[in-house]
Design a protein around this ligand. Structure first.
Ligand SMILES: Nc1c(NC[C@H](O)[C@H](O)[C@H](O)CO)[nH]c(=O)[nH]c1=O
Ligand SMILES: CC(=O)[C@@H](O)COP(=O)(O)O
Length: 190
């Protein structure tokens, strides 16, 4: 389904987990800043609407979309966040630079999701025209920032649930004796 057949701002509020205890990092590219500010506003509003306290939202700016990769990496390395949203707007110009920036950012953000434990949400418009970007940052097709914020909440919840499940499994293994930990201070010597 193309964006033109789906409003990016619409979501089922009943499907969104309680986000009040999550912390979010948002890295915003300054290129095409009227668009990226609109995307940020959509993301921020959606997080607040889902009970995320404003003090739990950390914003950093970077020069352009290519720098979103490094900004997100340092954000998740140094800030206690449950998910990171990267916001950018890349618009086709006269040269192939568009292709390289879009591919580079896409691969870089994918790599962060593979190599780290913190979900990084891809809120980067890759448009042919400024009008397409306007339409997707609070215009007729809604706001991709809203979509990204909801995705960030859902992925933070999945990460939390996966961690809890892993802890429970380990406790069962320890309790059953199946999992022996050497020099376990809890181990009772026979
Ligand atoms: N043309 C766009 C850029 N280009 C700049 C790069 O993202 C990068 O900052 C530069 O190559 C230095 O490393 N960035 C955008 O975000 N949007 C564009 O349309
Ligand atoms: C995505 C870009 O870097 C692009 O907008 C720059 O424009 P141009 O290809 O005309 O140099």
């Amino acid at each position: 389904m193309a964006t033109e057949n789906k409003n990016l701002s619409e979501y089922d509020k009943n499907s969104v987990p309680d986000a009040r205890n999550f912390r979010f990092g948002i890295v915003v590219a300054e290129w095409n800043e009227t668009i990226t500010e609109g995307l940020y506003n959509g993301a921020f509003a959606a997080l607040i609407e889902n009970q995320v306290p404003a003090q739990n939202i950390i914003r950093w700016n970077v020069p352009g979309s290519f720098e979103l990769i490094y900004g997100a990496k340092k954000m998740l390395q140094t800030q206690n966040v449950d998910a990171v949203i990267v916001i950018g707007c890349v618009i086709q110009g006269q040269t192939k630079h568009f292709d390289f920036v879009c591919e580079g950012v896409t691969q870089g953000i994918k790599d962060l999701n593979v190599q780290t434990d913190i979900p990084v949400i891809f809120c980067v418009l890759t448009d042919n025209t400024m009008q397409q970007s306007i339409d997707r940052s609070g215009g007729i097709h809604g706001n991709k920032g809203t979509e990204a914020a909801i995705a960030a909440i859902k992925m933070a919840f999945i990460r939390q649930q996966a961690s809890l499940s892993h802890q429970i499994d380990n406790q069962h293994l320890l309790g059953s004796g199946a999992l022996q930990i050497e020099n376990n201070p809890l181990q009772i010597e026979e």
